[in-house]
Ligand binder design. Structure first.
Ligand code: M6R
Length: 598
């Protein structure tokens, strides 16, 4: 996730302040690097950019003092391509006649860069935003007008993205295109602007035009023209007033970031699938796992739960035994026995969790392969890894991890599927749709179960096999944002002690994958025959249904994908119960998003 903003003014002026303010309001979308470009009435482009957060870069480069008629600012959340000056956006074309910036992923970036270099273009970095600019340059050099050149570029660029671009010689004009990433237009008095998101536009104007996928827009100081990318035909759409407040805009209309991030899951899953299917970094990552003597998956909290599920996937699908372990336990239990033939996959949303970094530091001297799975590019874990894969979730603001957990599990399933030794390969095209379908179908039932659980100060979530990690994650989410006690554990272990907690009406939630439903019926009955209230989260199963009081149905997408889907209603149960209890789920008491302490 990155943020882009572009503006076209009727007169030349000090634009730096506007760009800086817009950039600050998009900083939640990325802060690996920032850059601004202004174009004055003579067509001179002033481009200033660097690695770092917006205020630090401004202190150094004085973005606020830039002047011009047209301006672009970009905040980068790096995926592939290290945060660096060359990879910071906006980018010039070869001759410095075009300047542009993007948001999203261009999955054929590696191939395109090779083509541009072979065609004699000046390619300065490895960032895919630069490829958007060169893709337009290629057609401008053939004599096409900007709008036609952008349509040609869209044909060549694969992925989900939006970009904004201006030509020095096209006074008073800027262009933008939406092909899967967010894009909104603002119409003001004496200017028009375009951005990835509303927070950067609303302080300037409340007259908004939404742009849809497959559309491009040309901005002038007093109007905009919208076209379909496919055939270049004009689209008539008027500006509408945006009547909700800024807070709603930052949360995309959702009352909390957590709910927004839950609903972002189909999109971040799509982004990750695209990235993994095109990334040259997947093979070396898999080679390190395949050739290892022992494989360990290591993390804390939510990331550890993803490790539990990942270890199950590797064992089941790829026939590779992997041991999931909590990071603080790793040093005592495993680290001393590591050899250069071992591989450890460290999993961390932030990439800065001290418990994880302690385990990395203990592993490093043994020569074992350090593999990273992380969301924050530029994090300590990224730098410490021999190979890493990003989660491509963008900024997760809410303290409870939701979309990053889903993508951690999805990434493990994708990798195991690539090494598959048994069963049918997964149809990845269907997975984002199943995620969307599950969120839509389970929100109502999750609300009802939240209401049912709300009066209880404690409860259990039980999983079996692959769903152990899902049950533990659901229980953690509930503890984290409702302050109720909820223990997640293996359903078959419940009879070995915790069963004594059960009494009339005591709630126990069972999460099961399709092949384990019959086994789960045994564990359900151990609870219900003692008066406990059993709630199932599972694909439809006639036998299981007869044995429980409440049932949240998730789509039956086979044993492995259903596990991934089962976490979605558990996120929703916690969210609704938290809100019912008057707790802010985004910022629960005592917790922090990034735990850089022992
Ligand atoms: O950044 P990390 O993934 O390393 O963080 C690990 C845990 O602190 C984290 O997953 C925590 O459990 C979540 N906030 C739970 O929602």
């Amino acid at each position: 996730m990155c943020g882009i903003f572009g503006i076209v003014m009727a007169t030349e002026q000090q634009l730096g302040g506007v760009l800086l303010d817009a950039g600050r309001r998009l900083a939640y979308r990325g802060y690996d690097s920032v850059g601004a470009a202004t174009i004055d009435r003579t067509g001179r482009i002033d481009l200033r950019k660097d690695v770092g957060k917006i205020d630090a870069v401004n202190a150094q480069l004085h973005l606020d003092e830039m002047t011009g008629e047209r301006g672009i600012v970009q905040l980068r959340w790096a995926t592939f391509g290290a945060p660096s000056y060359d990879n910071a956006q906006p980018h010039f074309d070869s001759d410095g006649d075009l300047v542009g910036a993007h948001n999203g992923n261009i999955v054929n970036n590696v191939e395109l860069r090779a083509e541009f270099i072979a065609q004699g273009m000046t390619v300065r970095g490895t960032n895919d935003g630069e490829s958007c600019v060169h893709a337009v340059e290629r057609y401008v050099d053939q004599g096409l007008a900007m709008t036609e050149a952008i349509r040609g570029a869209a044909h060549d660029l694969n992925g989900d993205y939006a970009f904004v671009i201006a030509a020095a010689g096209e006074r008073g004009v800027m262009h933008a295109i939406k092909m899967g990433s967010g894009l909104v237009v603002g119409i003001g008095d004496g200017f028009t602007c375009v951005s990835s998101d509303l927070p950067s536009i609303l302080p300037l104007t409340d007259r908004i035009i939404r742009i849809y996928d497959g559309e491009m827009v040309t901005l002038y100081p007093d109007r905009v023209e919208i076209r379909r990318v496919a055939d270049g035909t004009a689209v008539a759409r008027n500006a509408e007033p945006f009547t909700e407040g800024m807070d709603a805009a930052e949360k995309g209309g959702y009352p909390h970031f957590m709910l927004k991030e839950i609903h972002e899951q189909p999109k971040v899953a799509t982004d990750l699938i695209h990235l993994l299917s095109a990334s040259p970094h997947v093979d070396p990552f898999l080679d390190a796992i395949e050739s290892a003597r022992h494989v360990y998956f290591v993390g804390c909290g939510t990331s550890y739960h993803a490790c539990l599920i990942g270890a199950g996937y590797f064992n089941r699908i790829a026939g590779i035994p992997a041991v999931a372990m909590l990071a603080p336990q790793f040093n005592e239990t495993i680290a001393r026995t590591l050899t250069p033939d071992d591989a450890i996959v460290f999993v961390s949303q932030s990439g800065e969790t001290k418990d994880v970094l302690n385990a990395v530091n203990a592993s490093r001297p043994t020569g074992a392969r350090i593999l990273g799975v992380l969301n924050v590019i530029g994090s300590a874990l990224m730098h410490a890894s021999d190979h890493y894969l990003p989660l491509t979730c963008g900024y997760e603001i809410s303290v409870p991890a939701t979309k990053t957990f889903l993508n951690q599990v999805l990434l493990f399933l994708y990798l195991a599927d690539r090494l598959r030794r048994t069963g049918d390969a997964i149809d990845w095209n269907h997975v984002p749709g199943l995620i969307a379908e599950t969120i839509a179908a389970t929100d109502g039932p999750a609300r009802a179960v939240a209401a049912l659980l709300n009066p209880h100060p404690e409860m259990y979530y039980l999983g079996y096999g692959l769903t152990l990690g899902v049950a533990m994650e659901g229980a953690l989410k509930l503890k984290e944002i409702t302050y109720a006690h909820c223990e997640g554990m293996l359903s078959s272990e419940f009879k070995h002690g915790p069963l004594s907690a059960v009494h009339d009406g005591y709630p126990v939630l069972f999460v099961t994958a399709p092949e384990d439903a019959t086994m789960m019926v045994n564990h359900v009955n151990e609870v219900t025959c003692r008066g406990g209230r059993a709630i199932a989260v599972a694909a439809e199963d006639a036998l299981l249904r007869k044995n429980v009081s409440d049932y949240i149905i998730v789509p039956n997408a086979g044993q492995d994908v259903t596990v991934l889907l089962a976490v979605l209603p558990l996120q929703l149960i916690s969210y609704h119960m938290s809100v019912t209890r008057g707790i802010d789920p985004d910022f629960p008491r005592n917790l922090s998003k990034t735990l850089t302490v022992d």
